[in-house]
Design a protein around this ligand. Structure first.
Ligand code: HEM
Length: 403
């Protein structure tokens, strides 16, 4: 039976992950954490798993779930419902358990099937081609602001029905809001709360507009569910729209920028990308995932790697580390776009498995081959800045030159 590993080495490695050194390259730290043991404990009592098998079983175990809001006061968050940033997170799909999770997820999942998402292919391709033209004309540009943010933001906005003129403001609002995924402190909430409230107010206006004038978009469909009676309350509608909207670009932006950086750093892989873009995107997701960890709370007694888990215990699965576990992947630190055994944990697992995975895949599978084919001189230039976040891995800026 395995025991829990804790102490100075574990805490020091976890602390370093939160510094800029860890932000630049967490993978060396992950290797050391994985070798310490299957289940680690941080100084604050949180359990950590970093190996593939354990991360996968944590993501799939029905006895583990999202922290019930009744437990939030124990974390010093008795007033969580008064903070828009926390309310919008803890009451969303990402923060709730069955049966509410089952009911709400079923209501929106039909909007995100592979077939529905494939219908977005022509519009997505058009947007990509226009952005590539603009990049070519500009010469030097920040890839995040000219491509990686606007593409997924426009795609989810098209689906939801957010008009074009309103979209640009959301990049910073959503970044400020999602800072609560990393840590919940008064300083973080000072920026996160007004940002979350601004997103919610905007979506409330849009929902009101669709109640008056329904269209064929997802917001109109959600308004219909709301009006049909007890299936979706007005409050749930706004929380759901906020999550879909934010999750719809926050992470895909980082798949596009992490993926492009990896492609430009490995020019020898170009042919493999063009030969099989779908397999290549899976490998890019494995190699440098936009989401590096997922969080669970023990709801009923369970075990992981022989360690007993007690109700109320918090456990974090470092999926970004699991994706580089040599027990699961051959030569895991090598980017190999021809790799076929590359199913990673980047979209999570179990009942919270990413709803937007087909959409993120579609965008990346169209974008990367077109970028490399249309802009053969594309290269990175000085000045890239990594995002300061443990959970979300990406770039704040990724300057490139197209000459
Ligand atoms: C590369 C891009 C993306 C990555 C890496 C990603 C990653 C993830 C992960 C890891 C989870 C599970 C969290 C957990 O288990 O605690 C998740 C859930 C979710 N994602 Fe994504 N995501 C991406 C794109 C998107 C897009 C484009 C959308 C929406 C349009 C989206 C919507 C959601 C939603 C609604 C959930 C919550 C599902 C639930 O709890 O039932 N994601 N995502």
């Amino acid at each position: 039976m395995a025991s829990i590993v804790e102490g100075r080495e574990v805490s020091a490695l976890l602390d370093e992950l939160t510094t800029m050194v860890g932000r630049e390259d967490p993978y060396g730290h992950y290797t050391r954490l994985r070798e310490l043991g299957p289940v680690l404990r941080d100084a604050d009592g949180t359990l950590i798993v970093t190996r593939f098998t354990e991360c996968q079983s944590v993501s799939r175990d029905h006895k583990l779930g999202k922290m019930p809001v009744e437990l939030l006061p124990h974390l010093g968050l008795a007033d969580w419902a008064e903070h828009p940033a926390l309310y919008g997170y803890f009451t969303s799909l990402l923060g709730i358990n069955p049966p509410d999770h089952t009911r709400l997820r079923r209501l929106v999942s039909s909007g995100f099937t592979v077939r529905r998402v494939q219908e977005l292919r022509p519009a997505t391709t058009r947007m990509i081609d226009e952005m590539i033209e603009a990049m070519a004309a500009a010469g030097t540009a920040d890839f995040v602001s000219v491509f990686a943010f606007p593409l997924p933001c426009n795609v989810i906005s098209e689906l939801l029905g957010v008009p074009e003129a309103d979209r640009a403001q959301f990049q910073h609002l959503v970044q400020d809001w999602s800072a609560v995924l990393d840590e919940i402190t008064p300083e973080v909430l000072l920026k996160a709360d007004p940002a979350a409230q601004a997103v919610r107010d905007y979506l409330a206006g849009l929902a009101a507009e669709r109640r008056r004038h329904p269209r064929g978009d997802l917001m109109s469909a959600m308004v219909e569910h709301e009006e049909a009676g007890d299936r979706l309350t007005g409050d749930e509608l706004l929380t759901m729209a906020g999550l879909l909207f934010a999750a719809g670009f926050e992470t895909t932006t980082n798949l596009l920028s992490n993926g492009l950086a990896a492609l430009l750093d490995h020019p020898g892989q170009r042919d493999a990308l063009l030969a099989d873009p779908a397999a290549a995107v899976e490998e890019l997701l494995r190699f440098d995932s936009p989401v590096q960890n997922i969080d669970r709370t023990v709801l009923e007694p369970s075990t992981v790697a022989g360690v007993t888990l007690e109700p109320g215990q918090r456990i974090v699965a470092y999926t970004g580390a699991a994706n580089r576990d040599p027990r699961r992947f051959t030569d895991p630190d090598r980017l190999d776009l021809g790799r076929t055994d590359n199913a990673s944990l980047s979209f999570g697992g179990g009942i919270h498995y990413c709803l937007g995975a087909p959409m993120a895949r579609l965008e990346a599978q169209i974008a990367f081959p077109r970028l490399l084919e249309r802009l053969p001189g594309l290269r990175r230039v000085e000045g890239a800045e990594r995002r300061d976040s443990l959970t979300i891995r990406g770039f704040d800026t990724l300057p490139v030159n197209t000459d």
